[in-house]
Design a protein around this ligand. Structure first.
Ligand SMILES: *Cc1c(COP(=O)(O)O)cnc(C)c1O
Length: 549
């Protein structure tokens, strides 16, 4: 449903889309014959504006499609609410290190043949109501398969459903399979044949992340179909649950980190759920000063991310130099945008992600007096924030306002900036420019998290609650620090808060200000152990081995 290819293409909202883009880039590097399909999102996700109290307002994102994409000639159609809706698509080519291209196709219903409403179906990412979303999923799933066929992809070995949004593709494959055998009705063998073609990745344990539609709405949009009464396909008492549809019709299913695989296994008992931990595309998320450093000492790291394992031999003064450059870029941007007057020599925490309740952006501000005391007695602290709240997520919007309130309350001793309109460029600037990457999700709701991996590629260690990838990536005091001593402390209650302050006060700040050499050891291990592993080269190879073969 979303993909982050370039910051200026507003076709993504957060980690799910950025991961899709990084996956495509890794496939191009590794010459994996893959194509991706998504919706055009002419009006994007949204452009975020924040007033002086942190109240968010949204505007449609404006972008010039022809500047990024090439229109393709095929036209296909799908039936929605009994109408024929015509589709075209636009192509983007992700180029790998050696020039191999992976195409990404963006479906578009804005054609004069379509009704006014149908022309808007590929406008907004995660906008509109249930009906709008279901219509979009018809375009993505059913229209997507038809477009691929029209583009000449006659035999596709595997369909990878990245989240349940694309699950309706299974219905099109069932129809194709039945048609091939000259039958109208769908048989058990057809279901088995489709299962052999499909793999599914689930990305969140949060119920709102799993689309469900009433069967009434489904019948209005898709018409009445035989499969709606087949329990092997549709399961859930009068509802179409896109996750169950994908689970039922895939032969391989995975979560996006070990813990998330286990959590999903509990959530969906009766299915076998494996895990492949997410990664990030190393060359994309490594800031320029570190790219130059790696080019000098670890040539070939772009083709072979595993070679970042040799980062332990990087000369520390040059690592500090590269980090200082990346940090300067961030601090200058912050000061230019927000007039906060941040200091490049002051310890800087970074926190940027979608503003939604479980991410707990305000956890750091639970005890303002304690935070002030730490900054006054142990060492100065400044914090850079960014993140958009979904237009309908009032909890997320309140979270942004609470950060603004803390910003005012902590002035002038602790400087806090909240950067507006978080996107991939800002993500890169903040993950590379912070001294430590802060993450405080409510376990077990962070399926993986990837921004800490971006930080790791730039030598920036994480201070994070043990959830998602950090359970695998954290070696205490070596690659960063846990908040809460084990997963159980990451929950509610005051323990996690006091652990956060304790770690800052007793370990992280004294190390940063007093033992720069040992802080650099942590930076080197962050690159060598986590940068070399939590990348999409390793992830893509695992998908090839476990899911695509
Ligand atoms: C990496 C990235 C994310 C994901 O961040 P998490 O901390 O993993 O949630 C979201 N949005 C943007 C723009 C990103 O670059």
């Amino acid at each position: 449903m979303e993909i982050g290819l370039e910051a200026e293409m507003p076709t993504y909202s957060g980690g799910l889309g950025v991961l899709a883009g990084d996956t495509v880039r890794a496939a191009a590097d590794l010459k994996v014959p893959l194509v991706a399909i998504t919706l055009l999102h002419r009006k994007g996700y949204f452009y975020q504006q924040l007033d002086k109290d942190g109240r968010q307002s949204e505007e449609p994102s404006e972008w010039v499609i022809e500047d990024f994409l090439r229109e393709m000639s095929p036209r296909v159609s799908v039936t929605i609410e009994g109408r024929t809706v015509y589709l075209r698509c636009w192509q983007y080519e992700a180029k790998g290190v050696s020039g191999f291209a992976v195409p990404v196709y963006f479906l578009d219903t804005n054609l004069p043949e379509n009704t006014e409403w149908d022309r808007t179906l590929t406008d907004f990412l995660y906008g509109g109501d249930k009906r709008y979303r279901l219509c979009q999923e018809v375009v993505l799933g059913i229209g997507g398969v038809r477009m691929l066929r029209a583009l000449g992809y006659g035999s596709i070995a595997r369909f990878h459903m990245n989240e349940g949004h694309a699950s309706l593709l299974t219905l099109e494959l069932l129809d194709e399979t039945a048609r091939l055998t000259g039958r109208q009705a769908i048989s058990h063998e057809d279901i088995e044949a489709v299962r052999q073609q499909c793999v599914f990745t689930t990305h969140t344990p949060i119920p709102a992340g799993h689309d469900q539609f009433s069967l009434e709405l489904v019948i209005e949009v898709l018409g009445r179909r035989e499969v709606f009464t087949m329990p092997e396909v549709f399961c859930c008492e009068g509802r179409l649950n896109m996750t169950y549809l994908a689970l039922n019709l895939s032969h391989y299913v995975n979560g996006v980190a070990k813990k998330h695989g286990e959590v999903s296994q509990h959530l969906f008992a009766g299915y076998v759920i494996d895990s492949i931990t997410n990664g990030v595309h190393a060359a994309t998320w490594t800031a320029e000063p570190f790219q130059q450093l790696y080019d000098r000492y670890i040539p070939g790291w772009r083709q072979d991310n595993f070679s970042l394992r040799y980062a332990l031999t990087l000369p520390k003064p040059e690592v500090w130099q590269a980090h200082s450059q990346a940090k300067k870029q961030l601090i200058h941007y912050v000061n230019r945008e927000t007039n906060t007057g941040m200091d490049v020599d002051v310890f800087t925490l970074g926190f940027a992600r979608r503003a939604t309740t479980y991410k707990r952006a305000d956890l750091l501000f639970t005890d303002l007096d304690r935070l002030r005391r730490i900054a006054e007695t142990v060492g100065a602290v400044q914090v850079v924030y960014a993140g958009k709240a979904h237009p309908q997520d009032s909890g997320g919007k309140e979270l942004i306002q609470r950060v603004f309130q803390a910003k005012e309350a902590l002035k002038p001793r602790i400087k806090i900036a909240y950067l507006a309109n978080y996107d991939m460029d800002l993500g890169k600037l903040i993950t590379a420019g912070a001294d430590v990457w802060l993450n405080t999700p409510q376990p077990p709701l962070e399926a993986s998290g990837t921004s800490g991996m971006k930080a790791a590629l730039n030598g920036v260690p994480s201070l994070s609650v043990l959830d998602g990838w950090w359970i695998e990536g954290r070696i205490e005091g070596v690659t960063g620090w846990a908040i809460g001593d084990d997963g159980r402390d990451g929950g509610d209650g005051s323990k996690v808060v006091s652990s956060l302050y304790d770690k800052l006060e007793r370990i992280v700040l004294p190390l940063f200000y007093g033992e720069r050499n040992r802080f650099l050891d942590v930076m080197l291990h962050t690159i060598a152990l986590n940068g070399s592993f939590f990348n999409t080269h390793r992830m893509m190879q695992q998908y090839v081995l476990k899911a695509y073969y």
